[in-house]
Design a protein around this ligand. Sequence first.
Ligand code: SAH
Length: 396
Amino acid sequence: MNNTYTKIVLKSGKDQSLKRFHPWVFSGAVKKIYGTVSEGDIVSVYSNQDEFLGLGHYQIGSIAVRVFSFTEVNPDRDFWKSKLEEAYRLRAALGLTDSQQTNVYRLVHAEGDGMPGLIIDIYNGTAVMQMHSIGMFQIRMQLAEILKEIMGDKLKAVFDKSSKTIPFKAGIEATDGFILGESSPEMVTENGLHFNVDWVEGQKTGFFIDQRDNRQLLSQYSKDRDVLNMFCYTGGFSFYAMKGGARSVHSVDSSGKAIDLTRENVELNYPDDKRHEAIVADAFDFLKDIKDKYDLIVLDPPAFAKHREALGHALQGYKRINAKAFEQIRPGGILFTFSCSQVVSKEKFREAVFSGAAIAGRTVRILHQMTQPADHPVSIYHPEGEYLKGLVLYVE
Ligand code: SAH
């Protein structure tokens, strides 16, 4: 097929990763752009030997092209419809599209679903879309309409929450809001537990859906334990710990708003339960003085490194914070520790936690290695998509 998109030719040798289906073209790999191109345009990418490599969305920045097809297709409405149908089929196969127990899930996980730059989360029938590229932002209405066709009555509304995630340099003054139908923030259910979601004000699309399986695992370890949920945000780990029979649960976050959300969500599930206490505090201050107070600690900090340049600093952060927990957890304690920084690899994170354990001088064993759930799939050709890493550790 001879398409008419602006042609981008890569430098010699820079075609290898695309030939292995890695979907990013870094700006440094571009040899020549034939013609004019604006942010969000579809471009066709060729090797220096003039072989077709892929079609993608162009963007100004370190990732110049996000490839959505490695074959010469016509990226029309039918093309996007078949991509979204495939994403929906996978979630149906995971038992997520018709579940009474869990009505919140990720429907599109960017590169993991062959749609770089696009996130769609479903909150009991409301789709919250978050675009990270101008190309996806420009076709958001089309995507929303297709979603309605696929989901029918199961889709009440589509909310666009891209104002903070699309590249600001593009000069698009995006505002968040409903682009199809309307709904109001409401209570949703995950593994039979309830929480309120505020996709307008909340972080990410409103809730950290990616910890679903790990929260479930935590509840299995909570019986008769005194639990500290550090960086609790909306309190997800806290009410799972209570479900698991925790003796006490302390939820800590530096944001007063997060603590209010946590209190509200705990109350939804366990009204007037005296086992729970929510505290506004800075993690590093709070962790100074908890000697032998807890026998289950969750550390789920925000991404310490958002960029590669911040990697060294981030690893120090993970080491320090884990050392504090190792030093003070009761003998026989369990630590659930996470990193959600995409630039921190599984190996690097494990090394940082290892260093923390060595500083504390405790005997530590790995019980589980955690990651994101199956509705956040990782393309085997795009290992960066595996951003959530966690370890469950037994501390003697
Ligand atoms: N565990 C949560 C997600 C954590 S998001 C869940 O399962 O939903 C990270 C949280 O860390 C945010 O709520 C943020 O307010 C909080 N935070 C960031 N810096 C902090 C600090 N220095 N001390 C305590 N909390 C902090």
